[in-house]
Every structure is written in structure tokens, then in C-alpha cells.
Write a protein that binds this ligand. Sequence first.
Ligand SMILES: [Zn+2]
Length: 454
Amino acid sequence: MQRRMMFLVFFAAALAVLTSATFAKGQAATTTAPAQTGGAATTTTNQPFDPVAATNAYLATVPPDKKAKSDAYFEGGYWFLLWDFLAPAIVFLLLLSTGWSARMRDLAERITRFKPVHTFVYWAQFLVLTSLVTFPLGVYEGYIREHKYGLATQTFGPWLGDQLKGLAVGVVLGGVLMVALYGIVRRLPRTWWIWGAITSLIFTAFFALIGPVFIAPLFNKYTRLEDPAIRDPILSMARANGISAQDVFVQDASRQSTRISAFVTGFLGTERIVLNDNLLKRCSVAEIESVMGHEMGHYVMHHAYKGLMFFSIIIVLGFAYLRRASEWAFRCWGEKWRVHGVGDLAALPLFALLILTYLFVLTPAINNYSRVEEYEADIFGLNAARQPDAEAEVDLKLADYRKLDPSPLEEYLFYDHPSGRARIYAAMRWKAEHLGERGEGDKIPGPGSRQTGR
Ligand SMILES: [Zn+2]
């Protein structure tokens, strides 16, 4: 589903995206990542294995043109954070100030006398209209630009099909949430913000849990991985870490893109290990093990549930802010917009605007939270898979779409996963501390003798 549309499905969707373990791979180490020291570090140390020099050696294997392309792609993404905020914000303001929102409400109320149906009809109009107006931006960001950087594999027809499916999911699930929230607001005009926060939280938890099981298959096919050479080491690592999965599934992600990814999801006996076909095609068995060790880290450390805790704070604070800010906005512009207060459907663009602004301002905090969990999962993965050089190779492959070596401020503000430099350094540090252990470290080749894909 498109990110901009996610914003519209209120906190629920934002939470689902950010807590979902599908957004995998990473670590958090702006504080632990070494500053760039250049090649000199290689010669000025007496240590048998210098992690900083090894990190620099890995980074130096990336050709300059490839690095420039990846930097340009990722830095361009900083601007899309802004455009993806401004474009819908302008649409919401226009809907309010031109009276369109009031007209959409009047239309919804003419169709039937049932209030829940009013809410659903208004929501459908609102989401479809907003998606239509911001569609050109979506085409550029999600289709043209992805093709320009060689990250997309879909032709326009299937891409559009996925967007329409995403819109349908947004209309139905967002509609259910809206009906519930407006029901609460109308019945509890004083305490709506508390009950609204609780309802949003329950909805979000539900969405995060059913998403991988019921929504993901709308976009991709999942098949059992049959090759024992890859499946058996993954299942063995899963058992060793207390994950009771029987099968490994493959997602046909190459239908949409060239990105490598994987996730571990499920609970109460529905545990499921999923890796995508790009990972299978582009990585060695050691690299796949390294990625899966990271994903298992998310699962074993209950990151989905901890993320839910984190977002429950954001949601409760968000509703308290919504109450204050909306009261102020109604006093200033309510009459002009023909919007009669919090229970009025026509006020929905105002709430969408307030939420969009709130999440935009919180982006660095949310990124930091995510990056810390990703760092933890990386450390877990290194200990579980014991493949530091394979980890470094995967980190270089992730540079297809993530800048490898950002400034500390950039990493702090914009990275929801640690940078390539931070991740490779963590791997090399692990390697340095395990040298000679059961032949672990010293048998592992350095960047000079890289493993090629299977
Ligand atoms: Zn991760």
C-alpha cells in the first residue's frame, strides 16, 4: 500500500507499517559507528584485525558511480518526506476552505438515514478524492522514479492494479475504523479522545497481526521453499532460537521490485518464516542465513509487541493533541468551513491534516525507535548466524536503495535502519572479537575474497 495513503488510514496504518516485522533488517548505531577514518587506519594499528579498517575496505569495494546513484536515490527520498506531507496537506486544506468537505457530508447524508453509512460513504469519497488528486505524485514517486533507479520490475498496468487494491483495502479497513471512531465521538462528546485512542490502538494491533496473514497475500504469492540446502539451515537456526516453524515460505517480491527482504511473523502456532525471491536469487546461503538471523532477532525479542507499546504512547498523546488543536481550529474557522465540531463528518480533513502534521514532526523520533530495534536485531543475527562477512556483503547489497555512508545527523533524522557503514562496522567488530574461536573469525575471508551469489 502506498505510504501517503497509509497516512490517511490514521494512526492505525502508520502503526501497522512501522511495527510490522516486514520492515526488516538493521541496527541503531549512530553512537557506535566509527567516524570515517580513511585507509590510514589499516596501517596505523597493531591489532591483528582492525574493524574500522575492515569496514572501510568493504565500503571501498563499491564503485563510485554505483555509490553516487544510491546516494542520489536515498537523498531524493528526504525530499519526498516533505512532498508526501505537503501534497495531502494542501488537499485537506482545500477540501475544508472550498466547502467541498461540507458538500461531501451533505451527499453522504442524503443517501440514507443511517449514521454509520454516512460515515462510510463520506470516508470513501474522501479517500478516493485525495488519492486521485495526489495520484501524479504517487506515479512519479512509486513508479517512474523506481524504474529510473532500476528498483522496480512491474509494468504500469500491474503497478496500477496494486495501487487500486491498496485503495480498496484503505476504503474497507479505514472505513470500519472511521465508523467506530465517529460512533464514539457522537456518544461520548467529552471523553471521545480517550476512547478514540483505545479503539485506534486495538484496531492497529489487529491490523498488524492480520496484515501479514490476510493482506499481504493480496499483493504477492507465498510458496513453500523446497530446496533443503537453504531451508534446513534456516529451520535449524529457528529451532536453536526457540521458533517453532515447520516451513520456510518464499514471497514472489520480484513481481514488484529488485529489493531483498525477509520477515518472521505470527504467534500462537502460526509462526511463519518468509524470505523473498530476490534474496534467494541474489545472495549466497551464508548471506541468507545472516538475513534470517536478523529477522529471527525481531521475532525472539518481541519487537512487534514492543513497537505496539511505543505507538500506544504516540497514539494517546496524539489524541490529546487532536482534541486541543481541533477545538482551537473550530473556534477560528468552523463557521467559514461549515464544520460544526468534532462529531461532524466534514471535519475529517481537519483531523487528517492534524495527524499528518503530528506524524511528520515525529518522523525523526519514529525513525530512531525503529533504528534501535534494527540494531538489536543485527546483533542478534550476528550471534545466531555467525556470518559477519556475509552480513557485510548483504549490507552492501542493501545499498541499492539506502545510502551507505551518511553523516551522523542524516542518519539520526532520516534512517529507520542503520546505515551500511554502521551495520558493517558492527559485523566487523563482532568478527574481531571472535577471531580464532573454533576457527570462526580467522577462517572467514575478508573483503578481498568475497563470496559470489549462489
Ligand atoms: Zn529488521
